[in-house]
Design a protein around this ligand. Structure first.
Ligand SMILES: *Cc1c(COP(=O)(O)O)cnc(C)c1O
Length: 332
C-alpha cells in the first residue's frame, strides 16, 4: 500500500520558526483541521502538545473530541450547537450561530473585517455581546481571518487596520484576540496578539506570491509507494490506459501501488507529474497504481507538495488534504 512518511523533526522545526515569530510556543495555536491538513490528526496532535503548544484549532466537534485532553483550549471553527467542555471554544460565524449555542457554552466571535466569507459585521458585535450576556454564554475570544496575507498588495494592511479598531474598542472584554494565519504571522514583523493560528506553515509551506520572502520551512509529509511489478519494454510498447506513453527505447519500468484513490491526481494525463527523483510518471495514473522508470523497491511520489501544486495549478493545501485518512502514516 502507498504510505505517508511524516518527518517529525521537520514539523518541530517549523513550529519553532512560528514560535520565534510569536515569541513563545504558547502563543502558537496549531491548526489541525481536516485531519491535520492530511498529516493525521491523532498523530500530529500529540507531537504538537509534546512540543509545548497549548492551543489548537479544528474544523468541528468530531475532530475536537479526538484530541480534547491534549490542549488547554481548542477552537472549533464550526460550532457544535451543543454544550461542550468549557475549554472547547465554539466559533460564532454569524448571529444565527450565536443564537443556537446552549447556555454555558464557551464562544469566540468571528468578525468579518473584509474577507466577506463569514463572521459578524463589526456593527453587530454590540448586539452579540448583549445576546451572550442574556443567554449565559461565556465569551472567550474575538478573531478575524485575512483574505490576502499571502498576496503582495496593501489589502492585508487595511484588513489589519479594521481589526485593530475592533481590538481597541473591545479591549475591555478582556478576552483573547487573534487574526494571524501562517502567511500573516511570517509576513508581519509586529505580532502582538494572544495567539496566531498556524496551519500550513507548520506542515512546511507558505504559498506566498513572488515578492514575499518565504521562511525556511521544511515539508513534513512524503508520499511513498511500493513496487508491484517490473517489466522490460521494447521500443514502442505502450503503458497503461489508453497507451498514451510509448517507450522511446528498450527500458525497464515498474508499477507502484499509489494511484488517484490515494490522492495522486490523474488530471491532465498528457502532462504527467514529476516524481521526487525527477522522473516523470509514465502514462496515465490508475486508481491504485502508476508506472515509472526503473525497478527500485519503493518510489517517492512527492516530498514537496508545492511542486505538485504548481503542476496542477492549485495550492499546497489541496495536495496535502487529498491524502486519504485510511492511508498508513509512519513517523520518521
Ligand atoms: C485554516 C485557517 C487558518 C490557518 O491558515 P493557514 O494559512 O493554513 O495558516 C487560520 N484561521 C482560520 C479561520 C482558518 O480557517
Amino acid at each position: 500500500m502507498a504510505y505517508l512518511k511524516i518527518y517529525k523533526d521537520n514539523f518541530l522545526h517549523n513550529l519553532s520558526l512560528a514560535a520565534a515569530k510569536t515569541a513563545s510556543m504558547e502563543k502558537v495555536a496549531i491548526v489541525l483541521k481536516d485531519n491535520a491538513y492530511g498529516h493525521g490528526l491523532e498523530l500530529i496532535a500529540p507531537l504538537t502538545a509534546h512540543a509545548g503548544i497549548k492551543h489548537a484549532v479544528v474544523r468541528n466537534e468530531k475532530e475536537a473530541l479526538k484530541i480534547k485532553d491534549l490542549f488547554a483550549t481548542i477552537l472549533l471553527l464550526n460550532p457544535a450547537a451543543r454544550l461542550l467542555p468549557p475549554h472547547l471554544h465554539q466559533s460564532a460565524n454569524s448571529m444565527e450561530q450565536l443564537r443556537i449555542l446552549p447556555k454555558g457554552s464557551s464562544v469566540e466571535l468571528k468578525v468579518d473585517t473584509g474577507m466577506h466569507r463569514n463572521g459578524l459585521q463589526p456593527a453587530q458585535i454590540d448586539e452579540a455581546l448583549a445576546l451572550i450576556e442574556q443567554k449565559g454564554l461565556r465569551l472567550k475570544g474575538i478573531f478575524t481571518h485575512y483574505r490576502s496575507a499571502d498576496i503582495l498588495s496593501s489589502e492585508h494592511f487595511w484588513q489589519k487596520q479594521n481589526f485593530a479598531a475592533i481590538k481597541n474598542k473591545y479591549a475591555r472584554t478582556g478576552v483573547r484576540f487573534h487574526s494571524a494565519n501562517s502567511a500573516a504571522l511570517f509576513r508581519d514583523g509586529d505580532f502582538d496578539e494572544d495567539i496566531a493560528r498556524v496551519g500550513i506553515a507548520a506542515y512546511g509551506y507558505i504559498d506566498y506570491e513572488p515578492g514575499l520572502e518565504k521562511p525556511p520551512l521544511q515539508p513534513v509529509m512524503q508520499l511513498w509507494a511500493k513496487k508491484i511489478a517490473t517489466s522490460n519494454l521494447q521500443k514502442g510498447q505502450r503503458i497503461g490506459y489508453g497507451g498514451i506513453f510509448a517507450a522511446p527505447r528498450e527500458c525497464t519500468v515498474s508499477t507502484y501501488d499509489a494511484g488517484y484513490a490515494d490522492g495522486v491526481f490523474r488530471s491532465n494525463p498528457g502532462d504527467p507529474i514529476t516524481l521526487a527523483n525527477g522522473e516523470k510518471v509514465l502514462g496515465k495514473v490508475s486508481m491504485d497504481s502508476l508506472s515509472a522508470y526503473g525497478n527500485s523497491e519503493e518510489l517517492c511520489i512527492f516530498d514537496d507538495a508545492s511542486v505538485l501544486a504548481k503542476h496542477f495549478n492549485t495550492i499546497s493545501y489541496e495536495i496535502l488534504v487529498s491524502m486519504k485518512e485510511g492511508c498508513e502514516r509512519i513517523v520518521v
